[in-house]
Design a binder for this molecule. Structure first.
Ligand code: SF4
Ligand code: SF4
Length: 111
C-alpha cells in the first residue's frame, strides 16, 4: 500500500463487510424506494424537525446503510412526520414511510 503520509482515523472507518445490514435489508424489502436515495440533502434542508433538533433524514439513511441500528432508531424518534421531505425529494423516496419502518423495526425487528 502507498504511504501518503496520512491515514483515516480508525474511529472514522466503517467496515461494511462487518456491518450489520439486516435493518437495511428489512427496510428495503418493505419499501424499495429506500434504494433510490442519492444523499442530496434536500430533505434535510427542508426538515421541520431539523429546525428544532439536529435531526437529518439524510444522516438517518447513512446510519441505516452503515448498520448503526440503535442510532437510526433513536434518531427516527425526532421526526414529526410532517411530510415536507417527501414533497422535495428529487428521487421520490418515500421518506415518511422509511421513518415509520425504522420505528416499527424497533418494535418488531431483532427483538
Ligand atoms: S431528498 Fe431524497 S434523495 Fe435527497 S437525501 Fe433526502 S431522501 Fe435522499
Ligand atoms: S417528515 Fe420528518 S424528516 Fe420529513 S421534513 Fe417532516 S420532520 Fe423532517
Amino acid at each position: 500500500m502507498i504511504d501518503f503520509g496520512y491515514a483515516p482515523l480508525k474511529i472514522n472507518i466503517h467496515d461494511l463487510d462487518k456491518a450489520d445490514l439486516s435493518l437495511m435489508d428489512w427496510i428495503t424489502a418493505r419499501d424499495e424506494s429506500f434504494r433510490l436515495c442519492i444523499a442530496c440533502g434536500s430533505c434535510t434542508a427542508t426538515c421541520t424537525a431539523g429546525n428544532f433538533t439536529n435531526f437529518s433524514f439524510r444522516e438517518l439513511c447513512h446510519s441505516i446503510r452503515r448498520g448503526e441500528v440503535e442510532k437510526a432508531v433513536r434518531e427516527s424518534e425526532k421526526c414529526m412526520l410532517c411530510g415536507k421531505c417527501t414533497l422535495v425529494c428529487p428521487r421520490n423516496v418515500n421518506t415518511r414511510n422509511i421513518i415509520k419502518l425504522v420505528r416499527k423495526a424497533n418494535q418488531n425487528f431483532r427483538v
